[in-house]
Design a binder for this molecule. Structure first.
Ligand code: COA
Length: 694
């Protein structure tokens, strides 16, 4: 933004001053906005010909809150709470006219105003916890004075949006407006001319039950699973009951100062900006997405059924094809089962269920795909099966229809090769359960056309998935890095660690479940089959640990068989003697030396393994940026967003330490563990390896 161009303008409409914030794209409350708004309110408040003031915003939305890009840098006054204090103290009534979303500081500006009007489709919220913060401009102090402690705690700890109807019934807004909200606010302001402004800070917090609130706060901490900001925000709200707004705001400032420099705060801001960066994919400047309405899904196994449900949820017409009548019936049952579960959990009512199911048809012949604009295959992960399918599909669908493969490990270029028009082939790698997991790796192949890539990204958006563009390599971004993580986990067993040591270390770091517990939950047999397939081509110099193979040979396929890396008795997990025995033998075979691992040793080693592979993936151009890799792990592999992802964490550990770890892997574990130049250079310069998207 050009410093000379004002971002706040004011004009007189009779006795009403209309103050408009105009700071595209989302009217963030930058230094210029804070300064100019405060100056305008102070000036107009003392101007004799002004009877009342309306604050509105230009463009698509009311202000989206503090400027996230200013966080972490020294904040230059006026800070937003000072601007809000000036609004609340204004001797003339101030009316906020909200359209779009009034979020964070935007909502706080509205709360500091003396009256609020909102458009029917507008929404309000205090989403600061999502970027590791708590509201910092009076939100935790003014809102409870209007809606009480318990409801405010809900709003600030979930960061959820409040729609117009709810805002009106809670008394947050004075009016919901169907037409022009600024016109309505001007008219409302006119009725307030000559009246004393009603200030939220003069109100008392409504009575509450202390024991009930204490329980609510306990529940918040439990639900936050290690994330700090929700608990901090809840405790700020509680403070509103015992102090004045200025005192409470001072407390908000202390919490803000602490959270803004915290690792969680940085991680969450990194993830927020990473998501915006991921949406920008190179080479699509002139691409035109194709209109997709009818989507085919080949295969109605677990993955195909999940994909079909995701598509139907997003409003697509869906045709699912299975090979014969029995498979069609099983597929239908699977899809209906997924919906039944949603209905049972209360997330879907009967009418929506019927409506969504009515969009899905099942058939036993590939000819049913003829009218589809896009067909996604989710059949058995076998190259010949998929090649045959693509060859057949090429003859059935329209020449401009898109064919997508959901393969996880096969080279999609070899699949595309079997189609008559490889430009319209793309990879769409869903993560199970496909109707739940947010990640979608969109794999751009050698010949994929920009229009086809742009279409797949548009479909992902409609599915409300986070699309990460990936190049072609075994396992794409996520599974390729995960494979190296898994290898280091197994290497540590051979050096004397128990699965429990590694799981506990990664869970205390913040992962919801340690790696071996995840392996047991997903089943060990698929990775076993994959290892057997790759065995003939494996580099003989590569370090290979066969404990997992031996477990599989003994029928340990994980939780569903009662045994895997652990034993499961009626769902209760305990260490398995066979695992300990196999580890002891492996240690002896390797020379008998046992390493004692601390939780920190384990964490650093595993993150170093991921950083090592991540750097290669970036060098090869498979992922466009390190932050894309972080998003893959946050949205597809259960990493909490407040950890910021493995690349972010690698930089928190520091390049020097990561490099030392990788050098040990190189000497100890053989080929595949060379440190990329970006890590070596960062270690020398003490700079970041993977600069965060801050
Ligand atoms: N500060 C700085 N920049 C912001 C911002 C903020 N608070 N909110 C959004 N932006 C930027 C985005 O980074 C993006 O920039 P880019 O175009 O350079 O990538 C641009 O504004 C558009 O945002 P985007 O999220 O892509 O638009 P949208 O229309 O999908 O959503 C919002 C708009 C406001 C709902 C969404 O951006 C949002 O939730 N913002 C965060 C609000 C928030 O947390 N406020 C509290 C801050 S303490």
């Amino acid at each position: 933004m050009n410093a000379d161009v004002p971002v706040v303008r004011s004009e007189l409409r009779g006795a009403i001053a209309l103050v408009t914030i105009d700071n595209p794209p989302v009217n963030a409350a930058s230094l210029a906005v804070r300064t100019e708004l405060k100056t305008a309110i102070e000036r107009l408040g003392n101007q004799p010909d002004v009877g009342a003031i309306v604050i509105a915003c230009a463009g698509r939305t009311f202000t989206a809150g503090a400027d996230i890009r200013e966080f972490g840098k020294p904040l230059v006054p006026p800070i937003l709470f000072e601007t809000c204090a000036a609004i609340e103290a204004c001797p003339k009534p101030v009316v906020a006219a909200v359209h779009g979303t009034a979020l964070g500081g935007g909502f706080e500006i509205a709360l500091a105003s003396h009256a609020r009007l909102m458009k029917r489709d507008a929404r309000l919220g205090l989403p600061e916890v999502k970027i590791g913060q708590a509201p910092g401009a009076g939100g935790t102090q003014r809102l409870p004075r209007i809606i009480g402690l318990a409801k405010t705690i809900d709003v600030v700890t979930t960061g959820r949006m409040i729609a117009a109807d709810e805002a009106l019934s809670l008394g947050i807004v004075d009016q919901v407006v169907d037409n022009d909200v600024v016109d309505a606010a001007l008219a409302h302001a006119q009725t307030l001319v000559g009246t004393r402004p009603t200030r939220t800070c003069d109100r008392q917090v409504p009575p509450f039950d202390q024991a009930e609130i204490d329980q609510v706060i306990k529940d918040v901490d439990k639900r936050a699973r290690g994330q700090q900001s929700p608990g901090e925000a809840a405790r700020l709200v509680l403070a509103a009951a015992r102090m004045s707004v200025p005192e409470g705001v001072a407390l908000e400032r202390e919490v803000f100062a602490r959270l803004v420099v915290s690792q969680q705060g940085q991680a969450l801001r990194h993830i927020f900006l990473a998501e915006r960066a991921a949406a920008k994919v190179d080479g699509l400047e002139n691409a035109k997405p194709i209109d997709i309405r009818h989507v085919g899904v080949a295969g109605a196994g677990t993955m195909g059924a999940g994909i079909a449900v995701a598509l139907a949820d997003a409003g697509y017409k869906v045709t699912v094809v299975e090979r014969d009548e029995a498979a069609v019936a099983a597929g239908r049952a699977r899809i209906e089962g997924l919906y039944a579960r949603l209905q049972k959990s209360g997330r879907l009512d009967e009418a929506s269920l019927r409506e969504r199911l009515s969009r899905v048809e099942l058939a036993g012949t590939l000819q049913a795909f003829a009218p589809c604009d896009l067909v996604i295959e989710a059949v058995f992960d076998d190259l010949e099966v998929k090649r045959t399918l693509f060859g057949a599909l090429s003859k059935i669908v329209r020449p401009d229809a898109i064919l997508a493969t959901n393969t996880s490990y096969l080279n999609p270029d070899f699949i595309a090769d079997a189609a008559t028009n490889p430009q319209r082939i793309i990879g769409m790698h869903f993560f199970a359960p496909a109707n739940v997991m947010r990640l979608l790796e969109v794999v751009r192949m050698a010949q994929t056309s920009p229009d086809v890539l742009a279409t797949a990204l548009a479909v992902a958006r409609k599915l409300r998935k986070l699309a990460i563009a990936s190049g072609v390599c075994p396992g794409f971004i996520g599974n390729r890095i995960y494979a190296m993580y898994r290898r280091q986990c197994e290497y540590m067993l051979e050096e004397g660690a128990q699965p429990r040591d590694i799981d506990d270390a990664m869970e205390s770091f913040g992962l919801p479940m340690g790696p071996f517990r995840v392996f047991d939950m997903s089943g060990l047999e698929i990775a076993w089959a994959q290892r057997k397939r790759l065995a003939p081509t494996r580099d003989p110099r590569e370090r290979y640990v066969d404990i997992a193979d031996q477990l599989c040979e003994q029928g340990h396929f994980g939780q569903k068989t009662g045994a895997g890396w652990y034993r499961y008795d009626n769902g209760v997990r305990s260490d398995h003697p066979l695992v300990r025995e196999l580890i002891d033998k492996a240690v002896t075979r390797r020379g008998g030396e046992r390493t004692t691992f601390t939780a920190e040793d384990i964490r650093i080693r595993l993150i170093a393994a991921m950083a090592c592979e991540g750097a290669k993936i970036l060098r090869e151009g498979i992922a466009a940026r390190a932050s894309d890799i972080d998003l893959v792990f946050v949205n597809g592999y259960g990493w909490p967003s407040w950890l910021g992802g493995p690349m972010f964490q690698a930089d928190q550990i520091g390049a020097k330490r990561i490099l030392a770890e990788i050098e040990q892997m190189q000497t100890r574990d053989g080929p595949g563990w060379e440190a990329d130049a970006v890590i070596v250079e960062a270690a020398q310069s003490r700079g970041p390896m993977f600069p965060a998207a801050l």
